[in-house]
Design a protein around this ligand. Structure first.
Ligand code: ES4
Ligand code: ZN
Length: 330
């Protein structure tokens, strides 16, 4: 209990957060009304409670179906600004001092929302947070695996005007049947633009997808990666290289990647000496923000003081902060 108290009050970073996944039912409802989305509203009987109740999932795909459906409420820069500022207020209340935020660029482009609309809104909120609340931040555009490699490549090409505010490129969306190497051209272009590379892999997909993300996409960090436990050789590679895994336990529970948090591999991965961080993924959908992930894992996964200390330190080590920026916190 003391450990939970400590963990929630200490400065930390969040490295795996989809900004669209911070859309709380109340805000979804308000924005749906703002844009007269009666199709969406009537599906949930014009009720925030019905929206809340719909946040229940069988697996990654059933979550993505709902998550992509609710994205219709995000239409102008003001919407993205509000979404991001609301998240930053929450992050601040949880003593998060540095955020690395994902957004689903190609998906928004596909549904007719310009990249400038998305990025301008998110960036304005991040700059507000930097000025008023002393946040440091990085913005990472994720490519959606269910879209075509051509769409992905085109979207990376369109990033040039936003390069000053963008730090990296990621890969998310449905893991099956979309192996990471489909996107090697888009990642190669991103790398040539000086963008850092991360990818979701081994969330519900096999350890081979983690290897592929490392080999074909040359990523510096693996998002989720919990399936590494099925491959001892890969586990040893990740230990030796200290390539970070951004692990999200409440997400894994809600998407039935694990049956219970007591069986979650987090503690074992820490004991094995991997560079693991704790994150919230899509907190509005998965029943908790970062501090909730800490408190529930301390309680259910048997984390001790040394585990929590490692998670907090790794949250900075695995970040894209440079060394002198890290000095500010460590
Ligand atoms: C995601 Cl949990 C998860 N996995 C893959 N893609 C995603 N996009 C948003 N959340
Ligand atoms: Zn994710």
């Amino acid at each position: 209990q003391f450990l939970g108290f400590l963990a929630t009050r200490v400065p930390k970073t969040e490295l795996h957060l989809h900004i669209e996944g911070t859309l709380e039912p109340e805000l979804a409802f308000q924005l749906a009304k703002k844009h007269d989305l009666h199709g969406l509203l009537s599906k949930y009987q014009y009720s925030v409670e019905r929206i809340q109740e719909s946040y229940q999932f069988e697996d990654l795909q059933s979550f993505l179906d709902l998550y992509y459906d609710f994205m219709q409420v995000l239409q102008d820069s003001e919407d993205f600004f509000r979404l991001t500022l609301t998240y930053l207020e929450r992050a601040r209340s949880q003593n998060i001092c540095h955020v690395e935020i994902f957004f689903d660029g190609p998906f928004h482009v596909k549904r007719g929302i310009a990249l400038s609309t998305v990025i301008d809104g998110i960036r304005a909120a991040l700059e507000y947070g930097e000025t008023h609340w002393r946040f440091t931040w990085r913005l990472i555009m994720c490519l959606q695996r269910e879209l075509s490699p051509t769409d992905a490549l085109q979207c990376v090409r369109e990033l040039a005007p936003f390069r000053p505010w963008l730090h990296g490129i990621g890969l998310d969306g449905a893991e099956f049947p979309n192996p990471p190497d489909r996107f090697s051209a888009a990642f190669e272009l991103a790398r040539s633009m000086g963008l850092r590379c991360v990818a979701h892999a081994g969330e519900e997909g096999p350890p081979e997808y983690i290897r592929m993300a490392l080999d074909s996409l040359q990523v510096e960090r693996i998002d989720h990666g919990v399936q590494v436990t099925k491959d001892p050789t890969l586990l040893e590679l990740l230990r030796a290289t200290q390539i970070p895994l951004t692990v999200c336990p409440l997400s894994n529970l809600r998407l039935h990647v694990v049956d219970s948090l007591s069986e979650h591999p987090l503690r074992q991965l820490l004991d094995d000496g991997l560079c693991v961080t704790l994150n919230s993924d899509d907190p509005a959908y998965f029943g908790g923000y970062l501090n909730e992930n800490f408190t529930v894992m301390i309680r259910e996964n048997g984390l001790r003081c040394a585990h929590v200390a490692a998670l907090l330190q790794n949250s900075f080590v695995a970040s894209f902060l440079d060394t002198d920026e890290c000095q500010r916190y460590l």
